[in-house]
Design a protein around this ligand. Structure first.
Ligand code: PLP
Length: 396
């Protein structure tokens, strides 16, 4: 084999930044030229509302307590009392039986996903996700040695294209990643969709004589509007592993904190949990930040004030659809998935740049012809950007 001083795949990943990061960096460059207030950056999903005061208060109190080593290591899977608090909160809210030893505390959803995929996958396994999907799923799946397969989007309602799903299932399918509320569509899977997906997976697990796991990626679970219910998949399907993050629900994205819940109903749950511990070790996570572990465990069930997101969603959705854009009504997360008024969304997003409107074309989400508008931003910026969205479509 040819000698290489570096891992070329990793070098390529590090050189080609994600489209979202590219646009974000472009926005920073434009801000230095025309002033931050004249750049309308709808690219990133960086939470815009304040972290709840109870979390800030816990952090301040914890760092002021000289008897408590809050900056030290914890157990690799998370401090026991933290895992117990998370397990109790899950059990109380979703009526499932979660115990401390079913929980593995992580550095956010990205870590939850990479650890879970590494715990489950062997070379040649396949991982499925439904388009439109979070682009890192492919990177994380390939990094765990698996092949990544995307199921074409159901562009009518952004639920699941079941014909495509059935065709994608093979004896090598190890896991299906589900993300509801969804980034980038904002859609929430209905209970009917979840039931049908689970029935299909039960049937194919039986046929292939091995479990097909659902990996439920849930960073947006609490970000839903108008009282919409987000089904808790472990209640519908035994072989479910939940990858949760506090990045969005508590606006703690930079602090890196989340958890994995291995439902006790998972086939060989103890072995799966051991493989999760092993994958965390192999990937060098050591433990999640102790200060954040204790801060979240003191405030179970706490969620940031999402009223600003709802206001932003209503403002943008109402105005854009009035101007002639078409978009599925987003029930959750903080994204609008808008159909590009011209066939090539990359070209449309380039046109938008002329107004310093920064939008993300949907190609990297596995579903061409759309653009993602991230509305976790200041409401005033949306108000100032609306006339530009109008000009953009009127001047096509
Ligand atoms: N999964 C989805 C669907 C996301 O949108 C994100 C971040 O935006 C992540 C995972 C990663 O989140 P975290 O910051 O918790 O690692």
């Amino acid at each position: 084999m040819e000698y290489s001083s570096i891992n070329k795949i990793n070098c390529q990943l590090g050189t080609e930044r994600s489209v979202i990061r590219e646009i974000f960096e472009y926005g920073n460059m434009r801000a230095s030229q025309v002033g931050r207030e004249n750049v309308f950056d709808f690219s990133l999903g960086n939470p815009a509302v304040r972290t709840p005061k109870c979390i800030d208060d816990s952090i301040v109190r914890l760092v002021s307590d000289s008897n408590f080593n809050v900056h030290g290591y914890t157990s690799a899977q998370g401090a026991f009392e933290v895992r117990r608090s998370i397990a109790k909160s899950i059990s109380d809210r979703f009526s499932v039986n979660a115990a401390a030893d079913d929980i593995y505390v992580t550095c956010g959803a990205a870590a939850s996903l990479t650890i879970t995929l590494n715990a489950l996958c062997n070379s040649g396994d396949r991982v499925i996700a439904f388009a439109p999907y979070f682009p890192e799923y492919k990177v994380f799946s390939n990094g765990a040695g698996a092949e990544f397969e995307s199921v074409e989007a159901d562009t009518e309602k952004f639920q699941i294209n079941f014909d495509g799903f059935e065709k994608a299932l093979t004896p090598n399918t190890k896991a299906v990643i589900v993300n509801s509320p969804n980034n980038p569509s904002g859609a929430v899977l209905t209970e009917k969709t979840i039931i049908r997906m689970c029935e299909m997976l039960r049937e194919y697990s039986k046929r292939f004589k091995h479990p097909i796991y659902i990996i439920s990626d849930e960073p947006y679970r609490e970000l839903v509007y108008d009282g919409i219910d987000v089904a808790y998949i472990p209640k519908y399907y035994d072989d479910t592993i939940v990858c949760y993050s506090y990045s969005k629900s508590l606006s703690l994205a930079g602090e890196r904190i989340g958890y994995i819940f291995v439902s006790p109903k998972v086939n060989n749950a103890k072995e799966v949990y051991a493989a999760i511990c092993g994958a965390g070790r192999k990937l060098g996570f050591v433990c999640a930040p102790a200060l954040m572990q204790y801060a979240i465990s003191e405030n179970p069930g706490c969620v940031c004030d999402i009223s600003q997101y709802k206001l932003n969603r209503d403002l943008l959705y109402g105005a854009l659809t009035e101007y002639g854009y078409s978009c599925v009504h987003p029930d959750g997360a903080f994204y609008l998935f808008v159909k590009s008024p011209v066939a090539d969304a990359v070209r449309f997003c380039e046109l938008a740049k002329k107004y310093d409107l920064l939008l993300v074309p949907s190609d990297s989400f596995g579903c061409k012809g759309y653009m993602r508008v991230s509305y976790c931003v200041d409401t005033d910026m949306i108000r100032r950007a609306l006339p530009l969205f109008k000009k953009l479509i009127d001047n096509l």
